[in-house]
Design a protein around this ligand. Structure first.
Ligand code: CR6
Length: 818
């Protein structure tokens, strides 16, 4: 007997079909006969929302009326992915949906495909935020996601004839968007510029301009919790409809200028991840959503109160700062408490300190945001004063803790000198209660290296929360075949809200029949992916080859170069007949990655990959043995299709550079084997799944440091390994640029002379482990057994567990009382 705990609405398919018909008619004004798949998608979304509204209202009521502290997750990015299947699952309407759509005479896939994926994030950090609000709701913890509803999300990636990345605007809001509810009645004013004056001994900020922040609310339904939280994304609107005076002079363009400027604030997502963008507009965006959210939280938790007692604020809600982007919230809350509610500095500081916590997502010191004080002063003059005062207090406090003046100097939140700079990570560390890294190794390195001085003095603040991913989207929805098999194996579907239960599969790894079923699931997923790739990209992927994927942002530290050099080497070996036809293990290598538009090396790497794909895929000598595909515009939808179909996953960053990674977790949970370095969360994945079930290679953090210290010379490695030399020479010699030796020159020069991330130094180890990988793959049952053990031992990487860690160690709160 299988136990089913998944939510199940009592609505019948026929009733749900009627609901969809009604929405078509009364909301969209089309008859079922006139309707298109896109209409049916919108009508279904509207109908599902109605199923969730009561729980949404109750959750909000219980949150405000009760005494459970809520969480405000502040994030400049929420990479939500498509909403329909997730909402249906959590509303208990998945089965009814399939039947209802059929009854209405539509193709289910067409309806699902009609949803346009919102791209309001760059990569891991934004997707993590989406997983966390899913888990918070699924645990019944009252929470808000607070962010920005960008009008243009991450660019759409295309490749031109030469294989180079072309960025196209992603005007996602030009499509019907049934999920967000724009609430003009709960807008907030956000001020900028101007100056600070003294009035009656009080500092008064006289801003020069303001923007209206209008909330767009998205329901965040929990899985099997009966709770629905809110993702509140702010959209910028102008107050000055237009300047009539200018208009009368027929200067229409001038008349709408302020309006256009104001609305620019939420217009576009910056497409850089891991590198800060020191642009004024970016700071405007950061302040915009944070200021609106803080006012909003006060409105929500002290409804109608003129003079709320804000000393209770930290018991109502705490704010998590997702990276440094929302750190301006610290001086903002100070300003609100002192200037608007009349608290003294110390009281305000105590409230602020308890209200904020900070998650750091990087190890690269240059990736921590630093703003010129001058820029902050121009845009937020009162905040700069407050930041300076925080800095003075901090430096004085440090004086009582250490006599090391050089250290105090290094730690200053605002640097000394002519052009002072504000260190947002330092402000966050001092201004909040806790700082966490995102994997065990990362948190250790934060303490030992990146924020070492701070951990010396404020050691208690530092903690680790290893990232996690939601099993609802990344197993249940992305991989229904595997979900069904897990449920069969465990005799229950409760694992979907308690992922540690996957351990119950460990004994089944000894059962050959079960392992064969598991292998059959993977094979079916590969066939499904091959069909998808044909439909979407016109690729001809052979599902009987090993599917080997590398999907993530394009970054030098992630080392897509290492992968493509190895592919080139394999290609050369097959072509030269060095390996006999019988020894070749047919492989399909799939890349997915966007590069920041201004990141030249990354873009050149994309071009190289595309051209290697072109050469390899058109070469009859390697047909059926090696193929390379690069589906453009990697997004969550593609991830949901590719991850379940992958045999081998690449996590090959230079040790000490990837803070965590979350793709690695999704792959392990979907039964891919990983080839990886001891970096980020790979370390913990390997510990949990077992060293024998993980393909480890490459230098460790210590070895990397030692090599830097010794003086790294990439040419030495190039000369030492003929496979590497051949691969680099082929790139340099024009094999992948129709004889043009200039095209990849910047890449080749970098590899041979600088190679900061030591791709060349790790190349031999990477090639050597391929033998081990291929040997195991030739034993399908053993491979599948190990892959199954990856699934069984990866329950720890659920975002539900990560949220438990945050609740226990950082937020000190939990589910709403009944
Ligand atoms: N780029 C890290 O690089 C981590 C995510 C989420 C990143 C990545 O290793 O898994 O955050 N960092 O914690 C930043 O965005 C600054 C990322 O996504």
């Amino acid at each position: 007997m299988t136990e089913h705990t998944a939510p199940m609405s009592s609505t019948t398919p026929g009733e749900f079909a009627d609901e969809i018909r009604k929405e078509l008619k009364y909301t969209q004004g089309v008859t079922t006969e006139q309707a298109t798949s896109a209409d049916v998608y919108v009508a279904t979304a509207t109908a599902v929302r109605k199923h969730l509204v009561d729980s949404w209202a109750t959750t909000q009521h219980d949150m405000v009326a009760g005494s459970t502290k809520a969480v405000g997750y502040f994030s400049a990015e929420f990479l939500m992915g498509k909403q329909l299947l997730n909402a249906l699952l959590n509303a208990g309407l998945s089965d009814q949906f399939y039947d209802a759509v059929k009854e209405l005479g539509f193709d289910v896939q067409d309806v699902i495909d009609s949803e346009y994926e919102p791209g309001l994030g760059n990569g891991g950090l934004g997707r993590l935020a989406a997983c966390y609000i899913d888990s918070l709701a699924s645990k019944g913890v009252p929470a808000f996601g607070y962010g920005i509803q960008y009008r243009y999300g991450i660019f759409k990636q295309e490749f031109d004839e030469q294989g180079a990345q072309v960025e196209r605007p992603d005007y996602w809001l030009a499509n019907e968007e049934p999920w967000g509810h724009i609430d003009y009645n709960r807008s907030q004013r956000v001020n900028y510029g101007g100056s600070v004056v003294e009035e009656d001994g009080k500092k008064v900020w006289k801003p020069a301009w303001s923007v209206r922040a209008v909330p767009v609310d998205y329901m965040v339904p929990g899985y099997a919790s009966g709770r629905v939280n809110t993702l509140r994304l702010w959209s910028a609107k102008s107050y000055d409809e237009f300047d009539l005076l200018a208009f009368n002079k027929s200067e229409y363009v001038d008349a709408v200028k302020p309006q256009v400027a104001a609305e620019n604030i939420s217009k576009i997502l910056y497409p850089e991840d891991s590198t800060p963008q020191g642009k004024a507009l970016r700071l405007e965006q950061q302040y915009f959503f944070v200021a609106a959210s803080i006012q909003d939280a006060i409105r929500v938790f002290y409804p109608g109160e003129e003079n709320p007692d804000l000393t209770t604020f930290p018991s109502k809600i705490c704010f998590q700062l997702n990276d440094t982007h929302p750190v301006i919230g610290i001086p903002e809350l100070m300003r609100v408490l002192i200037d608007e509610y009349g608290y003294d500095w110390d009281t305000a500081w105590s409230i602020t300190n308890k209200s904020f916590n900070y998650t750091c997502h990087t190890l690269l010191p240059e990736a921590l945001e630093v703003w010129p004080a001058k820029l902050i002063g121009e845009l937020l003059p009162r905040h700069l004063e407050i930041i300076n005062k925080i800095n003075e207090q901090f430096v004085a406090e440090l004086g009582t803790k250490t006599s090391d003046s050089a250290k105090i100097d290094r730690m200053r939140i605002v640097t000394d000198g002519e052009d002072p700079q504000v260190h947002m990570a330092y402000l966050a560390t001092y201004g909040g209660s806790h700082v966490n890294g995102v994997a065990a190794l990362h948190s250790q390195l934060l303490k030992d290296v990146t924020l070492r001085d701070f951990s010396d003095v404020y050691g208690d603040k530092f903690t680790n929360v290893t990232n996690g991913v939601t099993p609802r989207r990344f197993i249940r929805i992305a991989n229904p075949r595997l979900s069904a098999l897990i449920t069969e194996g465990l005799g229950t579907d409760r694992w979907l809200s308690d992922l540690d239960m996957l351990e119950g599969l460990v004994p089944l790894a000894k059962d050959d029949e079960f392992v064969k079923k598991f292998a059959a699931v993977k094979q079916a997923n590969k066939v499904a992916f091959s069909n998808y790739a044909k439909r979407e990209y016109d690729f001809d992927i052979d599902p009987n080859t090993m599917v080997n994927s590398m999907i993530k942002r394009l970054h030098e530290y992630k080392r897509q170069s290492l992968k493509i050099l190895s592919v080139i080497s394999q290609y050369a070996d097959i072509k030269s007949g060095k390996v006999s036809a019988d020894d070749i293990l047919p492989r399909t290598v799939v890349f997915g990655a966007k590069a920041a538009p201004g990141y030249k090396m990354a873009k050149l790497t994309i071009q190289l990959i595309n051209n290697v794909a072109r050469v390899v895929n058109n070469d009859p000598d390697v047909k059926g043995k090696l193929a390379v595909y690069y589906p453009w515009n990697y997004n969550i939808r593609l991830a949901q299709h590719l991850i379940p179909a992958t045999d081998l996953d690449e996590q090959i960053s230079q040790a000490g550079k990837e803070a965590s990674g979350t793709g690695n977790m999704k792959f392990a949970l979907n039964g891919a084997m990983t080839v990886g370095t001891l970096d980020g969360a790979n370390v913990e994945i390997r510990e949990r799944v077992g060293a024998e079930n993980f393909f480890l290679f490459g230098m460790t953090v210590d070895e990397v440091e030692a090599l830097y210290a010794k003086g790294y010379e990439p040419k030495y490695y190039y000369e030492a390994d003929p496979r590497l030399k051949q691969a680099v020479d082929m790139v340099a010699g024009g094999t992948f640029s129709e004889g043009d030796k200039g095209l990849y020159e910047p890449l080749v020069t970098d590899w041979l002379n600088k190679d900061y991330f030591m791709t060349l130094a790790d190349f031999s180890a990477y090639m050597d482990i391929q033998g081990e990988i291929e040997t195991l793959y030739r034993e399908p049952l053993e491979w599948s057994r190990k892959a199954l053990l990856n699934v069984a031992n990866s329950g720890f990487f659920s975002s539900d567990r990560a949220i438990d860690d945050y609740l226990r160690d950082i937020w000190e709160t939990g589910p709403l009382g009944e």
